[in-house]
Design a protein around this ligand. Structure first.
Ligand code: GSH
Length: 212
């Protein structure tokens, strides 16, 4: 009955682990060390052929990849945890909107910033592409900052969106530490602070982000 998360600390696996922790689900964390390029090792490619973390093994052995799909699958399996607003409600539609925005418009920028030479030749072109992708990621995060109702993403009620959005505010290498700490995203920082003190998320947050 145990879930297995494949991921690294400080990576998108934070979202997978935090939703499972919120749900009170039993899980183990299998380290896939990004600094050793373990996400591209043949044994991990059998788990996720796209060579990225996170991935989740369900208790029946099935694999779910893609951070957003993992969050939605966990929310489905643990309805009592109320990780998403009620099915069919306008709030639920709003939740889908912003989850899709984060997964589709912000997260892809991370690969471009971190590995620009996968897209263009190394050197000046890669440096320019990295800068452009970083600036696009920041613009998209600012759009979210304006959309946040507070104190949580969707207003008064905590949801999985709080977990998902908080990751981006901790990725200093990708987003740029100076920009993150430059006062541009006060609502997101307040949300992250509140999330980091949430009983079930707190130890997960500690493990993933308190090293930096
Ligand atoms: N679309 C994927 C993106 C995952 C992703 O980019 N993960 C990063 C870590 S946060 C990764 O594995 N990077 C290593 C690489 O691209 O080689 C998802 O949402 O799960």
């Amino acid at each position: 009955m145990t879930y297995t998360i494949y991921g690294d600390l400080g990576s998108g696996a934070f979202s997978s682990e935090a939703v499972l922790a919120e749900a009170g689900a039993p899980y183990t964390f299998e380290l896939v060390a990004l600094d050793k390029n373990a996400q591209k090792a043949p044994e991990f490619l059998k788990v996720n052929p796209s060579g990225k973390v996170p991935a989740l093994r369900l208790p029946d052995g099935a694999i779910v990849t893609e951070s957003l799909a993992i969050v939605l699958a966990v929310a489905d399996r643990f309805p009592a945890a109320k990780l998403l607003p009620d099915a069919g409600s306008a709030k639920r539609a709003e939740a889908y909107r912003w989850l899709a925005y984060m997964a589709g418009e912000i997260y892809p920028m991370v690969e471009i910033v971190d590995f620009p030479e996968r897209f263009v030749p190394a050197g000046i072109e890669a440096d320019t592409l990295r800068a452009k992708a970083r600036s696009r990621a920041r613009e998209n995060l600012l759009l979210i900052e304006r959309a946040i109702e507070g104190p949580w993403f969707l207003g008064q009620d905590f949801s999985a969106l709080d977990i998902y959005v908080a990751m981006f505010t901790r990725w200093r290498g990708t987003m740029g530490r100076d920009w993150l700490e430059g006062g541009h995203i006060p609502k997101l920082h307040a949300l992250g602070e509140k999330l980091s003190q949430r009983e079930r998320v707190a130890p997960v947050w500690q493990r993933h982000f308190k090293r930096d």
